[in-house]
Design a protein around this ligand. Sequence first.
Ligand code: SF4
Ligand code: SF4
Length: 681
Amino acid sequence: MLALVIRTSTLPLARIALIGPAFLGLVVLAAGGIFSRRAYDLYRFVRLGQPVGRFDDLPKRVEQETTVVLGQRKLLQRFGPGIMHAFIFWGFLVLLTTIVEALAEVFQPTFAIPLFGRSAWLGFVQDLFSVLVIVGIAMALYFRKVQRPERFRGSHLEEADFILVMILGIMLTLLLLNAARIALGIAESPERWTPFSNAISPLFTHMGKGAQGFFERAFLWAHIVLVFGFLAFIPYSKHLHIFVSEINVFFANTKARGKLRPLHIDVEKLEDGQASLGAGTIQDLTWKQILDLYSCTECGRCQDVCPAWNTGKPLSPKLLVMNLRDHLFEKGPELLAAQKSKVEVEPVALNPNVIEDEVIWDCTTCGACVQECPVDIEHVDHIVDMRRNLVMGESRFPQEAGLLLRNLESSSNPWGQPQSDRAAWAKDLGVRILEDGGQAPEYLYWVGCAGSFDDRAKKITQAVARVLQKAAVPFAILGPQELCNGDPARRIGNEYLFQTLAEQNVQTLNGKGIRKVIVNCPHCFNTLKNEYPDYGGTYEVIHHTQLFARLIKEGRLRPTEEVDEVLTYHDPCYLGRHNGVYDEPREVLNAIPGLRSTEMPRHRERGFCCGAGGARMWMEERIGKRVNVERTEEAISTGADTMGVACPYCLIMLDDGAKAKGGSLKVLDVAQLVARATGAD
Ligand code: SF4
Ligand code: SF4
């Protein structure tokens, strides 16, 4: 057999010279055709989606592309898997040059890229990355086959293995090709600069020139066929992220993570059936959301950090994205055909046909999945859009959520308390209530519903007010004129109710000439700061921990009383992950004499939710372990006496968690500790 093959290799060069380009043309045409056909269909699927503006903020987009894609920033957060992926990804970039060389070598075996083709450094980098990619593949197979982390549960592992083997084939043929070229004496770079290819070149040095030439051509063609096979296969596989994720990162959200996209409610179009409220079918997703579906690598990082999944609930952000993608691929061709022939297709409701309702309601909108996702998929937007359809389009939501919505509609607060009681907490504190026509204060203290009506949260409200008085910060409150900011209505999916509340509040604030707002609640912080500008309300919004940190730095607030405790600080999702405020609460705590801080394993960007966000505060947790108990156990594991929070929702949830555990852990807001340390309480 070998003799036959080697005899074939002695075909006159002129004939090879003709066969080679013809075969290359065939391979390129076949693979390019298969690739283009699929790419065109994928593009048309994206075009099925609804419009969304993602062409602004070009500098930010370039920065995201540079850090997240080229720098592998998010992947490298987990060192082992991050390095593994970086080796393969960076290797692919470097090996683009080897593909150019391989194609040109079909025509001219001694081809070198103009200007730097035969340079030693290029040869070294190519040789090094050929091996690093193989190391990356070995690591990937180790993670998948030996370690088998839980995050891969539900992923398509067999297909991923096949793709890894294909990449391995591409790398091995490249190394063997280079080794054969060294033996033949036609290598582009000096041999000592390609140590790995050089090390295996003795495989060929004992052969005659004919055999060496044969193997050089054989590995060249094997390499080319594998590269083009890969190109043709990937867009049809579940792993098309290899080509799409770079685009997805470019179009990722550039605004604060906690900001939701406003839903334009066009009543006329709704009545004509030309518009929908949220995402009821796959075509209701935006084009970016469809791009998200292509981009999932099935790595399970989102699932690994999701508080719902971690406490035994059916929601896995990974499976949610995968199920939507599978549905798109199943339904997409029919939708495109119907679009072409202008016929109606029977709509398939996403919930519960593709995603169970329970999955949609389990989400706390904590954003841990979005933070973790290496390709910037925006799971929370998908979930909220499906909630919008369920609540506004279908009137379908958990029974207890109905009470929340009724309270918001009738009393403008989730507690259903009379508005006249809003300022009851301020009795005897000498806090100014801003009357109509009154002079606007420097700061408006926006108290929030929890801080106005919940007895435990009122203690935060009072502590903040006392500290502000102590530091002589001029402020006033709105009292009964303050309505719920609308966050629970918006996150549960009632966009219409949110917009009504937002517009009323903006009208009140603008009417009183308010410019600066202090909040004690991260949900109010996020809504007023990031979402009210869409409704005409632009304010300088500051969380009390940020203001306290500044006052301490300026010497206007002096924590002098000792607080002899060990504290672990819990990052509220809407302050930390959604708005990037991690340092100021810690700076304030560090300024308190006697207080010793210890971190929980999950903190800062990786903080674990208390379970209240996304209007979960008003829904029952019927499945699995309670999220607040999971978090409380983590705090207890640190040995701290106190869990510090900076959010009334977190205080309520984690205090419940501490009571459920029955230990001695106290839960206090940073404001309560500052009030104690400054003598303001
Ligand atoms: S936002 Fe939080 S709860 Fe919702 S899917 Fe993501 S990680 Fe899970
Ligand atoms: S959504 Fe993102 S984090 Fe989750 S599995 Fe897909 S790529 Fe990984």
